[in-house]
Design a protein around this ligand. Structure first.
Ligand code: HEM
Length: 482
């Protein structure tokens, strides 16, 4: 396996890019752009127009949404309420914030919101026909088959495959100052994806897979979105083609085998009506699943480690709990670590790893009394919604205690806490993510103590959600006997 980098080679470049984007954003955000209705509601409908403005010519508000997504979203919410619009490279995008607006799009009563059309302009070329990019009846049929790869017994199989690799890697982490934690967790999860998702033996094949997969994800996040030779987008497309060939070649053997890895399970999955996936479906779903699982979990683990590195009282409490409990079966992870459970929830609330979700309207519709015409691109802002003081007192403070007994946020609103989304596209991997994060944290807590430098704030960028751009340096200290 390739060695873990001790520092991020791209770090100076990342920080220079962010500095440049930040300076540019402060210029574009001051541009005087007139507030207008997105479109006039039908006469006599009693609906209100969606208000907003385009922002800077061509770019619109794009830079502000990258550089200061939280401030930007909260300022729009204050000014326009839960439904507003903003410009960005030729698009006019409606932003939904707050549990009521989110619920309307997720529950999708009038089938007005298409996930396939919303996500296509964002990640379509790299993840086409992944389950999130399917709609309505077709989505339902695929989800019924995929669900069979996420039953409790399937999860138990993944847990068994996952445990040794996590334990081996976490206990081998060095006690260097400034250890790039986010980089290390991403590598751990990529290796784990090769073993648990694909059933590949670690080595050159797994390395090739990890690197192709990494390039595919980066392609989807490229700023310059064109097939220019040598560019991130082009590299991503070539990597996706190699992944397609890799998966397709193995399907017959996996269908006939008994493997407990996710790929084998997807090859053998059958819905209750006996339907199964075609070869092309398996390839598309596998590539999408790798993406959906990977960065989201890496962000959650990293931000939890960051907050615990600043809140040592919570870190110690979680360590006591980890030391007292020994079981690491599914049932234990579900119930035996209540403090870890609430700390993880608080991280999902503060740093929603799938921070913005996209939809496009296929008919005229309304959200919270605002008229939204057909063919409107819609951004569901999960991240900023869970940082609204209207629903969360002192929303920027890390306080897992708010989820302990009595702090039942579901009673306030069912979608006030919704880091895994809602409705038919709600995350299928929620329990997978839960067990993965808890296993890594359990090992970490039992073997190390850590802190972040006083006053340190990670340099953040935007990937699937808020993402550390500086590798997240922390200092691990090995515990005696750890
Ligand atoms: C902390 C970790 C994770 C978070 C916060 C998260 C969040 C989400 C959210 C918000 C959605 C809804 C997307 C939408 O409505 O447009 C989603 C969908 C999805 N997630 Fe996750 N996810 C996580 C981990 C995982 C893992 C580990 C897997 C797989 C093993 C996974 C697989 C999926 C899939 C397949 C979908 C699409 C479901 C569909 O369209 O029917 N996710 N996730």
């Amino acid at each position: 396996m390739s060695a873990l980098p001790q520092s991020l080679p791209g770090l100076p470049a990342a920080s220079a890019t962010l500095r440049f984007q930040s300076a540019a954003a402060s210029v574009t955000s001051r541009y005087p752009s007139r507030v207008r209705p997105l479109s006039r509601p039908p006469a006599g409908s009693e609906l209100k127009p969606v208000l907003g403005n385009y922002g800077f010519p061509v770019l619109g508000h794009l830079l502000s949404t990258f550089v200061e997504p939280l401030e930007f979203a909260r300022e729009r919410y204050e000014r326009f309420g839960p439904v507003s619009w903003a410009g960005g490279i030729g698009f006019r995008v409606v932003q939904l914030m707050g549990p009521e607006a989110l619920e309307t799009a997720w529950i999708n009563r009038d089938k007005a919101f298409s996930s396939a059309r919303g996500w296509a302009p964002v990640i379509g070329p790299f993840f086409h026909r992944g389950i999130m990019l399917l709609d309505f009846e077709e989505h339902r049929d695929h989800r019924r088959i995929m669900q069979q790869a996420f039953t409790r017994s399937a999860l138990d199989g993944y847990l068994t495959l996952m445990r040794p690799g996590i334990s081996r890697t976490v206990t081998s982490w060095p006690t260097a100052a400034g250890f790039p934690f986010y980089t290390a967790v991403k590598k751990l999860l990529l290796d784990q994806a090769a073993e648990v998702f694909v059933g590949a033996v670690l080595g050159a094949e797994a390395d090739r897979l990890s690197s192709d997969f990494h390039d595919t994800v980066c392609g989807g996040q490229a700023m310059i979105r064109a097939d220019v030779p040598g560019g991130t987008w082009a590299r991503g497309l070539r990597a996706r083609e190699r992944l397609e060939r890799y998966f397709a070649a193995q399907i017959p053997e996996r269908r006939a085998g008994t493997g407990a890895d996710l790929f084998s399970m997807m090859c053998r999955s059958r819905s209750e009506d006996g339907d199964s996936f075609s070869d092309a479906d398996i390839v598309n779903h596998m590539i999408f699943l790798l993406m959906a699982a990977h960065d989201t979990s890496a962000i959650a683990i990293s931000m939890l480690v960051y907050e615990l590195g600043r809140n040592l009282r919570w870190q110690d409490a979680l360590r006591d709990e980890a030391d007292a409990g020994d079981g690491l079966g599914l049932a234990d992870l579900d119930g035996a670590y209540p403090l870890l459970d609430v700390a993880f929830k608080e991280i999902l609330r503060m740093y929603a790893p799938a921070g913005t979700l996209f939809r496009q309207t296929v008919t005229d519709t309304e959200v919270c009394g605002h008229y939204i015409p057909r063919k409107t691109q819609v951004a569901i802002n999960v991240y900023a919604s869970m940082r609204l003081a209207d629903w969360w007192p002192d929303p920027d403070r890390f306080d897992p205690g708010r989820f302990l007994g009595g702090g039942d946020v579901a009673a306030v609103h069912r979608y006030a806490f919704a880091p895994f989304g809602g409705g038919v596209h709600k995350c299928i991997g929620q329990q997978f993510a839960d067990m993965n994060v808890k296993l890594v944290m359990h090992q970490l807590l039992r073997h190390f103590r850590w802190r972040v430098a006083p006053g340190y704030r990670p340099l953040m960028t935007w990937g699937t959600g808020p993402t550390p751009a500086d590798g997240l340096p922390i200092s691990l200290q090995r515990l005696s006997g750890g």
